[in-house]
Design a protein around this ligand. Structure first.
Ligand SMILES: O=C(O)/C=C/C(=O)CC(=O)CC(=O)O
Ligand SMILES: [Ca+2]
Ligand SMILES: [Mg+2]
Length: 407
């Protein structure tokens, strides 16, 4: 019997031709040569080599060590390249050219797929913000007065974003519990995760020109799963009044795969009903396209699912976040990454952080190997997700994984 082609995928494969996420890989025989790849089932297609083999006009965009040139090329190029890739992996006549350029995922090393420019992190889940407000500020209102009027965010540290699979060293820092007489220094004892989705900018914008809600698709290339590792003890002491700093800047993990927005057309949903009138630049009531995404996230600790945060519950949309972060005229650069904020649903088993899952350590998770409050050295956290695709298919978003090592 002839060997089955890697292009003949099982029915319902979440990495079929309806998905085609981008990544950057190296092979063992050429560990220094980073190449742009596209995931097809359990393989990665060497996109540059495929473009050359087929005489494609997109070879200059695809024969690259990273995604930046394609991201900068703009929406029409994104659509055309995706059409070409779809044909390359589906038209039988291309098989003899394409098949030799497919590498099994187990035989490649994945890298950060683009150079991160600026990094911004939002705070867009009403459930998360309410929980964190109750925990950190028990004497005040859970939501701050501005929360329903603008998507709150802060600028993070672009240079410490790492690709899935990278170990995370437990950070040290200052902490001071309210009952402590003075601050102490040492390894964080409240190391946590935040299950998030990161949106990456392709097309830049000019300084002084805000990006409107309706221009979201012209600028945003795609999205990835993201874990915003957070040291809650460092954060709780340092954040007043300027916000998160060292408690969140030591490492942020992203998936090796960037899913193009076009692959998620069937996953667009309306965000939750707005409870407050919005200023015109944020008012999405009359937008043609619903601003939410129906992404079903799953969080695992050492291989066991501990939470399933639903992204569809996010109050602020990525388009509103983009409009807000540019409304003052701040420009966008190719590679700017903005994260959604922790995704938490309304139920306990939908919370996207240990802070919330264990109520700041006061209600430990009961796991087969004992009670758990925050992360221990050796723990491995994996986020996965899928979204509805066309015709009842699923779009896999890959995974972001990281293991805690002692500091
Ligand atoms: O309310 C606070 O003091 C801060 C809460 C956070 O941890 C902010 C954050 O990282 C935003 C998010 O991921 O939703
Ligand atoms: Ca965060
Ligand atoms: Mg972080």
């Amino acid at each position: 019997m002839p060997e089955q082609s890697p292009l003949e995928l099982a029915e319902g494969d979440p990495f079929g031709p309806h998905n085609l996420p981008y990544g950057v890989f190296t092979t063992a025989d050429q560990p220094e040569r980073r190449r742009l790849g596209v995931r097809v089932g359990g393989h990665v297609l060497d996109a540059g080599a495929a473009a050359h083999a087929l005489g494609s006009p997109y070879a200059a965009l695809l024969d690259q060590p990273g995604l930046n040139p394609l991201m900068a090329a703009g929406r029409t190029a994104w659509r055309d390249v995706r059409r070409a890739l779809t044909a390359w992996v589906t038209v039988p006549a291309h098989r003899p050219d394409i098949e030799p350029l497919l590498h099994p995922l187990g035989a490649v090393t994945m890298h950060l797929p683009y150079e991160v420019a600026d990094y911004v992190d939002f705070y867009a889940s009403e459930h998360h913000a309410t929980n964190v407000g109750r925990i950190f500020r028990p004497d005040g209102d859970a939501l701050t007065p501005n929360w329903k009027h603008l998507p709150i965010g802060y600028h993070g540290r672009a240079g410490t974003i790492v690709v899935s699979g990278t170990d995370v060293t437990r950070p040290s820092g200052q902490r001071k519990a309210p009952s402590d007489p003075a601050p102490v220094f040492g390894p964080s004892v409240k190391l946590d995760i935040e299950a998030e989705v990161g949106f990456v900018v392709g097309t830049p914008s000019r300084q002084g020109s805000p990006v409107e809600l309706a221009s979201f698709r012209d600028h945003v290339f795609g999205l990835s799963l993201l874990n915003d590792w957070s040291a809650r003890d460092i954060q709780a002491w340092e954040y007043v009044p300027l916000g998160p700093f060292l408690g969140k800047s030591f490492a942020t993990s992203v998936s090796a795969w960037v899913t193009p927005l076009e692959a998620l057309d069937a996953a667009r949903v309306a965000p939750p009903a707005r409870t407050h009138d919005l200023l015109p630049y944020l008012d999405d009531a009359d937008e043609e396209e619903p601003g939410g995404f129906d992404l079903r996230i799953s969080v695992s600790l050492n291989g066991r699912v501990i939470s399933e945060p639903p992204f569809s519950t996010m109050y602020w949309t990525a388009a509103q976040q983009l409009a807000h972060m540019t409304v003052n005229g701040a420009s966008l650069r190719t590679g700017d990454l903005f994260a959604s904020g922790t995704v938490s649903g309304g139920r306990r088993e939908e919370r996207g952080s240990f802070l919330e899952l264990t109520w700041n350590g006061t209600e430990p998770l009961e796991l087969p190997d004992g009670k758990r409050t925050f992360l221990e050295d050796g723990d491995e956290i994996t986020l996965t997700a899928w979204a509805p695709g066309p015709d009842g298919t699923r779009v896999g978003l890959g995974e972001v994984t990281g293991r805690i090592v002692a500091g």
